[in-house]
Design a protein around this ligand. Sequence first.
Ligand code: PLP
Length: 396
Amino acid sequence: MTLSKRINELNESQTLAMARKSRELKAKGVHVINLSLGEPDFDTPDFIKEAAKKAIEDNYSHYSPVAGYLDLREAISEKFKRDNHLEYIPDEIVVSTGAKQSLINAIMCLVNPGDEVIIFTPYWVSYTSMVQLAEGVPVFVKAGVEQDFKPTADQIEAAISPRTKLLIFSSPCNPTGSVLTYEELSEIAEILRKYPHIYAISDEIYEHIVFEEKHISLASFSEIKDRVITVNGLSKGYAMTGWRIGYIGAPKRIAQACDKFQGQFTSGTCTISQRAAIAALKADPSEIGYMREAFYRRRNIVIDLLSEIPGFRLNLPKGAFYVFPDVSKLLGKHYMGNKISTTEDLCMYLLNHAHVSTVSGDAFGASNCIRISYAASENDLIDAISRIHEAVNKLK
Ligand code: PLP
């Protein structure tokens, strides 16, 4: 066989596969409302764009240090202090090509073949594939809608073995919108304190999109900070998905390892984006508050409308921009002789009959749920959910 075992065993990102299918329908002239993608529908704020234009004029056109410009890492260090009460010096910070690369760097630097990695489930799609690329063994700790999709401390502890190396979660969570509270994080910190061979990756990429709760960093529990890798980036909170800026704050030995790893893969990320990121991070976070407010309004609209659909069980997402209804009651129903056996069938039915694209929960380790992104205009959301409601009503 030509291709490696590694690539043959890798899953294709299902969110991208769904987007491709809806593009095909659109090309045929169908008005598809896309609620499948994981990015803000806002444009990058002007003051950030201006900084990028200036960077081009100022000829930031050469390689940067692998870990990112020092003044960017200083700005990140200040941001960690200002927003998260965390002390990370620039040597403990590595800037990468999106949080995605920050994650794979950290996983490749920590996980040996056969090491177990506890993944809170539902999880963000790529965690599992990344662990598999590192030849680690994913261990899923599952939580359903009835527990707000958050595993309990007992469940987490029960999954620990002598081979456990790492645990990974996102809070706010993609795909569930759940936000871990101070108490819940302190229980996780307590577990880590008890098991000194375990590290944690805390993915905080949605930190600026939190409603009603307060975002807390796991590393703020100081006694375990030297085993936590805090992952963050500008993609979601600053509407900068295409700029590809992610970063970690981590103990120096781990940051140095990530720098070494990245040095052989991609080197420093785009210099223009790095200069723009400095402007973004130095600004008061209130500059981007309008996006959080819009997401909050949309969340309320979406939850109100979805909760009227029979067969949809919902939690109340406190962050990010996703709802993750449990639709198990709809499985086994029929439409014109066709059975909806899986959530993938349901998503395909919604795409073909309601012209709304969503993502099956399989991609996130929860085969009884579907993910609906509300990074869309209020009008589109209202229209899309009424179409979903109508389509669900037709199931027998
Ligand atoms: N972590 C989570 C939880 C995400 O949802 C995403 C993007 O969807 C990422 C990381 C990757 O972010 P980036 O676009 O900065 O690579």
